[in-house]
Design a protein around this ligand. Sequence first.
Ligand code: NDP
Length: 275
Amino acid sequence: MTQVPNLRLNNGVEIPQFGFGVFQVDPDQTAQTVRQAFEAGYRHIDTAQMYRNEEGVGDAIADSGLSRGEVFITTKLNNQNHGFDSAIATLEESLKKLRLEYVDLFLIHWPLPHQDRYVQTWKGFEKLLADGKARSIGVSNFQPAHLDRLAKETDTVPAVNQIELHPLLTQTELRKYHAEHGIATEAWAPIAKGSILGDATLTGLAEKYGRTPAQVVLRWQVQVGNIVFPKSVNPARMRENINVFDFELTADDLAAVEALNTGQRTGPDPDTFGR
Ligand code: NDP
């Protein structure tokens, strides 16, 4: 089975660099899909309150026979749950659904800067960390200005920032910021939801390495140091996606993937989302 390396977060917690995302997995199908992902070798699951499928993730964990320490579980605070007290109360709800005593990583899903509540939410997250309800805490879709505010007004540097990141949106500036501040980069939509897989550079590299375009993109993600969790409801694709630890792209080929950047998002702009 594929050997996925762990990365060490800024609080010492280890995270499998390659995981499985369950956005848009039907709540009724989630337990079966996550069971299949475990069979394919995934041990890190990325869910969110917004996905309405935490129960399914919990069922799959309970059925898996895996011990708690063998799986790494992330969930994310839904947008209506911002605020110090709400952040604390809502993680309790997620833990019940997941049937867990703690999550490995709890994220603020979106900063919603126009509401100006993410600093208070983060203070709630610091309490959850201190109370052992989350082994690590982080953010998602935060821009440098939002990270700067947390640094100025709170005591804890986020362990990760989960951002949209793929060959069309390489996020050079944010990756540099993260590296300078000890924040790990998690890449959501790591294969741009499948939209880029017909690109000539990627199909050319796939042919060169005897791999699929998805594997080339995911290998690029791994080699530049990002944490990824592609989603698929198809067991053959689950296996294809995680099978990227036995080949290596050259520096020129990494640069060729990086050169596909156009700044194009598949999802909303974090500065204006939710307004
Ligand atoms: P991905 O880039 O992972 O792409 C998923 C899509 O690609 C699905 O339609 C899937 O179809 C298809 N696909 C998967 N593997 C292959 C393959 N090998 N070849 C061809 N097509 C393939 O997009 P996601 O948006 O799902 O992002 C991954 C995860 O990131 C999410 O599940 C979620 O956990 C997280 N995320 C976080 C966000 C945030 O705001 N923090 C926002 C969006 C995502 P099929 O299932 O039919 O195989």
